[in-house]
Ligand binder design. Structure first.
Ligand SMILES: [Zn+2]
Length: 416
């Protein structure tokens, strides 16, 4: 082995593939790559190398957030919508916050800042997860990306509104010009836009097909926001690669997604939270009547469709759809919801957030699992997430985060 070799040892090793966890696991890292993974008695640790000692802890792949918006927005505070510098400053801090919680890779599904933040991370100006960035998302007028209660000029500043095939093509090409890694499009109604119901399909088939065509021409994937069954069917028929949310999917659409290898990226926690935090109260707090009503619809659908998708063989990834500033318990809370609603085991839920996440990013051959020759994106957590996934929630439990073989978060782990 060459130089820059290090090892991580731990009492348990989860490799992300759903294979049985190893007792007394060891990972040998050389440069940015994983060279060996195994049990203590079968892996020889080269003499004199640095060892990160996670005895009593669990080694596992870094988490992958498959749907975030690095916008710097804060709930109940609209400042970030028009103060660009503030938005960017917060987004940089939020990217670091994600890393601190063990998120080593993320797919940003809509923020004009992320292509540049991604570049700053790659050139080591700042620290953050490995990002795939869509740039601004694309919406039709009167679509989910067109926030109807705001003046149109504000809306146009932060996302792309396109109508007609020509504008749709231009919108995609502009995002590609800005460095987008994939294209995010709003194919149906949502909870945060006032006038479009969840079941409304958005963009005509000609428009949506043109968007997909322009992306696929240059080897980029497309992600479509779709909650209602009609938008889900519409997006699948037009050839998008991932359905974001997929809340009201039925058996036929789930089968179509599964058979064609398309992804469903889920957020199962926020709607539950929104519902549970507000039910029983006549007052609906932060939520307007229309948003609350739609969260309830999503909540009811999630009770059956997470399981349906699992049973139909869909690849489901975890994408909490937040802005990155949260304590980031949204990831383990989603894992828990996958287990409760979808019947996933803890091992499978972890795999949804690691291996499947890497696949939806198009990086399945490089990250997402702890296997020989993969990039060393690894975390060490104090506790056993197979017994309780919520040990992943407090950042104090995340004792080591390694990104590309480099320790980026060290929280009291012994180094010998
Ligand atoms: Zn989103």
């Amino acid at each position: 082995m060459g130089e820059d070799v290090k090892a991580i040892i731990g009492s348990l090793l989860i490799n992300g593939t759903q294979k049985e966890a190893l007792r007394d696991g060891v990972v040998i890292i050389e440069g940015d790559r994983i060279r060996k993974v195994g049990q203590r008695d079968e892996v020889t640790i080269p003499h004199g190398i640095k060892i990160f000692d996670g005895t009593g802890m669990t080694i596992m792949p870094g988490l992958i957030d498959a749907h975030v918006h690095l916008t710097g927005w804060r709930r109940g505070d609209t400042t970030g919508r028009y103060d660009t510098a503030l938005g960017i400053a917060r987004a940089i801090s939020d990217a670091y916050n994600m890393l601190e919680h063990g998120v080593t890779a993320a797919r940003c599904c809509g923020s004009p800042y992320t292509p540049s933040i991604k570049r700053a991370i790659e050139e080591s100006t700042i620290e953050g997860p490995r990002f795939m960035a869509s740039g601004a998302f694309i919406s039709q007028t009167f679509g989910h990306g067109d926030i109807h209660h705001l003046p149109l000029e504000w809306v146009r500043d932060i996302r792309v509104i396109a109508d007609g095939v020509t504008e749709c093509r231009r919108a995609v090409r502009e995002q590609l010009r800005n460095g987008a890694d994939f294209i995010k499009v709003m194919a149906g109604g949502g909870t945060s836009s006032q006038l479009d119901e969840l079941e409304y399909p958005q963009f005509s088939p000609e428009e949506l097909k043109a968007i997909v065509y322009e992306a696929h021409c240059v080897g980029k994937m497309t992600a479509a926001h779709a909650h209602g069954l009609t938008p889900i069917r519409h997006a699948l028929a037009c050839g998008v690669d991932s359905i974001e949310h997929g809340t009201a999917i039925d058996e036929e659409a789930a089968l179509m997604a599964a058979e064609s290898g398309r992804f469903i990226v889920r957020n199962c926690y926020t709607p539950i939270k929104a519902y549970e935090e507000t039910k029983g109260f006549t007052e609906i707090g932060d939520y307007t009547e229309w948003a609350f009503r739609r969260h309830k619809i999503n909540y009811e659908h999630n009770k059956t469709t997470v399981r349906l998708c699992r049973e139909m063989g869909c690849k489901q990834a975890i994408g909490p759809d937040v802005t990155g500033c949260e304590p980031y318990d949204v990831i383990p809370k989603n894992m828990k919801a996958f287990m409760e609603l979808g019947g996933y085991s803890a091992m499978e839920a972890i795999s949804c957030c690691t291996k499947t996440g890497s696949e939806v990013m198009g990086l399945g051959d490089r990250i997402g699992t702890l296997e020989r020759n993969k990039i060393a994106d690894i975390m060490v957590v104090d506790g056993n997430p197979l017994e309780d996934v919520m040990v992943l929630a407090p950042k104090e439990n995340i004792r080591l985060v390694m990104k590309g073989g480099k320790p980026v978060i060290l929280r009291g782990i012994k180094i010998t």
